[in-house]
Structure formats: structure tokens, C-alpha cells
Design a protein. Structure first.
Length: 424
């Protein structure tokens, strides 16, 4: 009898809780929407009704991206207390913006004077660049968006991206852990119009923690566009394979994998590399682990050497070791510790082994590589970039310039520099 009484009490309690929730649902109702003005603002609109005065309205939102900790932001927009209220909140992005296609989840919380609380379900809005009529192609983990050029133009770019993923998977074991979106703008001018305060030389942007790539590629620039996309797509793969909250990876590894993903080394890069080998004037691996030189010739050589280093490790030790190296870096290992664990030598040892493979002797008296600790990451992660660093609200980007086309047509590629992201 006691057990039966206890069961009845539990049932009545549950019924009361459900009944109160239903009453709250019935007491408060809401309709809501969003309006995007790309790239400057995103507005959240709400109309709510209740049987009692609505006393509090809260908007929660969070951004979908690669991160260690998901941050839920909270905003309380102004409104006049009444049984029916209309309110909105505008996310002003004139200081920092989201990339095209970024996904934002949001919900509304509403309270009234009778003590009722109503929460809407989480909804997702894409911050799309609605200035253009986008077409799309999707295959495997890549979705490509474009608005100028025929179907074959987009298919060629998509095919190049898929071939890049296949090359990386076969030769390094690296793969995309999350799908990526690639936006092909019809020109660098159109692309710059999608950014807040862009530089006039910006040719494309890789938003690595969003898994989004945007490039200005006219249909007549297909050959260049395929190489640029392969390079930046490889950066997205590398970022996903090595992301951790503790540190970065050597610049030579990040840029070397992206250069490797482009295919055979460009003839201009190859000529600079061969000349440096012939003169025994190579930049050391120790130096290539950090920021590349700002001098054009030295920067170009740095990328060529990075390609050579990655090619050496893959050919000499195989793809399994390269994948293991990326996995170790994902754990936040130091540069030397990661190399020691996977290959049995540190940065100095790599420099010596690589030089020997090129027919050069180790550098006598070369300063030993210090124990390099990973650079602590600002909130949100770390990135590599081609030419300069841009920021979004909470996101990291890699901005690259068309210097290879505008200033140095013989290079056949961009000049890329390494940088760290500031706080988002």
C-alpha cells in the first residue's frame, strides 16, 4: 500500500510539472525572424505575447566553428513592458564580421509577470552574402558556391579540390574532419566587398576555424584559381588535423603541406631552391619554424624549402609517419618533442638529414635548435596566413594577396607570411 501511495505521489508530481510547463507554453507565444545585411549586420526580430505583462526578453546566440569551448552570448534588447511586445537586436559587424556562410545558432527566452518562462528552440541562421545569386555543387566533404561562370568552371574547381584531398590522404594520411564551404567570387573586387576594411591586395581568405574559404577567381583565371584553392584547402585540412588549445605547428610544416598539395613545385620556386642548394645557401629548418622573412626572394625560398622538407619526409619515411606527426602536434607537443617522438631526431637533426638528402653536408657549428615550446593560443585557436592577418568576430582567417599576379608574375604563386591571430 505504501508503495502504491508513493507511486501515486510521483505521478501527481510529474503531472503537475508537465501541467505547469504546458501552462507556460500556452501563456507565452512568440514569432521570430532574422535579417542579414552582409557583411555589416545581422538582426534578430521577436514578437511575443502573454496573458500577463512580459517583463524580460533574452537573446542567446553561439557561432558554429572549431573551438575548445563553445561560448553562448547573451543580449537583453530594450522593449516596452506589455502583454504584447516587439523587439529586435542588431549585431553590428562594422568592426569585425563573420565570413560568408557562417552559421549562428540562436534562441529567445521570455518571462512574464506571472512567473512563466518560455524558451524557443535553438534555430540556425546562415550569414549568407545575399548580394549575389549563388549556385552550388557538393561532392563528398566540399560544397562549392559560385555565381559567375558556367557549370564546367565550377566543376573544374571542385574537381581540383577533391584531387587535393585525395593527394593529401594518399601521401600524408591527412583528411578533412569536418566539411568545408568554398565561395568563389568573380573578382578580387567582389571579394573585398564581402569584407570589413579589406586591403586592396586581398585575393582570398581562409577562415580556418569556420571551415570556409573565399577566393576571387574570374573564369579566365581558372588555372591560378585551382592552385590557390588547393593551397588554402590544404591549410584547412592541416588546421583541422592539428587544432588544439595549447600550441601551433612549425611554419615549414603548415606551408610545406599546402605547397605540396598544389602539385609539382612551380618552376620559379624550383629555380630558387636549386640555386640555394648549388650555393649551399639554404635557410635552416630552425629559421623556417617561425615567421618567414619579409624579403620577397627569401620568402619565396622559404616556401620552396618548406615544400622540399615535406617532400623529403614523405618520400623518406612514408605517409604513416607524416600522419603520426600531425597527430602528435594535435596533442600540443613542442616542435622538437614531436619530431623526436615520430622520427627520432629534433629540428637540428631534421636539418642535417634533409641537407644530406640534397647532397650537402651538415652545417658545422650551426647553432643547435632551442627547445621550442608551442606558442600559447589566444581564445579561439591559431592560424597561418599567406600575406596578412584579418579577424572576424571570434574567428581566425588567413588572408592572401595577389602579389604573385600584380607584382611578381614570374612567381606563379602568392607570397605568404605567417601570423598569429589576436583575440576574437
Amino acid at each position: 500500500m505504501k508503495k502504491l501511495t508513493a507511486l501515486i505521489l510521483v505521478f501527481l508530481l510529474c503531472f503537475a510539472v508537465v501541467s505547469n510547463y504546458v501552462q507556460a507554453q500556452e501563456a507565452i507565444s512568440a514569432t521570430y525572424s532574422t535579417e542579414a545585411e552582409f557583411p555589416t549586420s545581422l538582426t534578430f526580430n521577436l514578437t511575443a505575447k502573454s496573458n500577463a505583462d512580459i517583463t524580460r526578453v533574452i537573446l542567446n546566440y553561439k557561432i558554429e566553428k572549431i573551438t575548445t569551448v563553445t561560448v553562448i552570448s547573451e543580449v537583453e534588447p530594450d522593449f516596452d513592458i506589455d502583454r504584447t511586445v516587439e523587439t529586435s537586436w542588431t549585431w553590428d559587424m562594422r568592426q569585425s564580421s563573420l565570413p560568408p556562410g557562417a552559421k549562428v545558432q540562436y534562441r529567445w527566452r521570455i518571462e512574464d509577470a506571472a512567473g512563466h518562462e518560455f524558451k524557443t528552440s535553438w534555430e540556425t541562421v546562415r550569414f549568407d552574402d545575399n548580394r549575389y545569386s549563388w549556385k552550388s555543387l557538393t561532392e563528398d566533404e566540399i560544397t562549392l558556391y559560385w555565381y559567375k561562370g558556367d557549370q564546367s568552371f565550377a566543376q573544374e574547381l571542385l574537381k581540383s579540390g577533391l584531387e587535393t584531398l585525395e593527394l593529401l590522404a594518399n601521401d600524408t594520411g591527412a583528411y578533412l574532419e569536418q566539411p568545408v564551404d568554398i565561395y568563389i567570387y568573380a573578382s578580387s573586387t567582389d571579394l573585398q566587398g564581402a569584407m570589413i576594411s579589406p586591403q586592396e591586395w586581398t585575393g582570398g581568405v581562409a577562415f580556418v576555424d569556420y571551415g570556409i574559404l573565399a577566393i576571387g577567381v574570374a573564369p579566365a583565371q581558372l588555372t591560378w584559381g585551382k592552385r590557390a584553392m588547393s593551397h588554402e584547402l590544404a591549410h584547412l585540412v592541416t588546421y583541422q588535423m592539428t587544432y588544439n588549445p595549447y600550441g601551433d605547428i612549425p611554419t615549414w610544416l603548415s606551408e610545406g603541406l599546402s605547397m605540396y598539395a598544389e602539385g609539382d613545385l612551380d618552376l620559379t620556386f624550383r629555380a630558387l631552391l636549386d640555386n640555394a642548394i648549388a650555393r649551399d645557401n639554404l635557410i635552416s629548418v630552425q629559421s623556417l619554424s617561425s615567421s618567414f622573412p619579409t624579403d620577397v626572394a627569401q620568402a619565396t625560398l622559404s616556401y620552396a624549402e618548406s615544400y622540399s622538407l615535406v617532400e623529403f619526409l614523405i618520400q623518406e619515411y612514408g605517409s604513416n609517419k607524416m600522419l603520426e606527426l600531425l597527430d602528435v602536434f594535435k596533442q600540443g607537443s613542442t616542435y622538437d618533442d614531436a619530431l623526436e617522438q615520430v622520427y627520432g631526431f629534433n629540428t637540428t637533426g631534421l636539418n642535417d638529414a634533409w641537407r644530406l638528402s640534397l647532397g650537402l653536408n651538415p652545417r658545422d657549428g650551426e647553432t643547435p635548435a632551442p627547445q621550442i615550446s608551442p606558442t600559447p593560443k589566444p581564445p579561439g585557436g591559431f592560424l597561418q596566413c599567406r600575406e596578412s592577418l584579418g579577424q572576424t568576430s571570434g574567428g581566425s582567417v588567413m588572408v592572401f594577396a595577389a602579389l604573385g599576379l600584380l607584382l611578381l608574375p614570374g612567381l606563379g604563386e602568392f607570397i605568404r607570411l605567417r601570423a598569429k591571430r589576436g583575440k576574437g
